[in-house]
Design a protein around this ligand. Structure first.
Ligand code: NI
Length: 133
């Protein structure tokens, strides 16, 4: 979106209202995260998911999930947590996790720019990064 020149606040999704669910409705497929705004070096990404993700970890960063619709389960190796609409959860850096949605979940992710959704690995769930909507 803004490869060579410095992005404007407008291009970074700032100084305007962002309707998260409207943005998610514009996404065609599941697991295709899209950036809606930036704050400092962090990005806000929306995504809809269904089914099982892959076990992964992020060596360099924590990761935040904010659920907008549906019931998200985040599996850890020693436990699982459920995250409901209006709730959020933070996954610590380096901790293995696997999101799971029994039925469709719409959510907001908050993480530093450049974070790959499958963490330290690449597979069929790896989404293109830094795609805006
Ligand atoms: Ni993750």
């Amino acid at each position: 979106m803004h490869a060579d020149s410095q992005p404007t606040p407008e291009q970074r999704g700032q100084q305007k209202t962002i309707k998260l669910l409207d943005k998610i409705r514009q996404i065609d497929g599941f697991w295709q995260q899209r950036v809606v705004a930036e704050m400092n070096d962090y990005q806000f990404k929306v995504v809809k998911i269904v089914g099982d993700f892959v076990w992964h970890r992020h060596s360099d960063t924590d990761e935040t999930f904010v659920v907008l619709e549906g019931r998200l389960r985040i599996d850890f190796r020693d436990r699982s947590i459920d995250v409901l609409p209006g709730e959020m959860a933070v996954v610590p850096k380096g901790v293995e996790h696997k999101p799971y949605a029994g039925s469709e979940v719409k959510m907001l992710l908050i993480e530093p720019r450049g974070v790959v959704n499958t963490g330290d690995m690449t597979n069929e769930r790896t989404a293109e990064n830094d795609v805006w909507i």
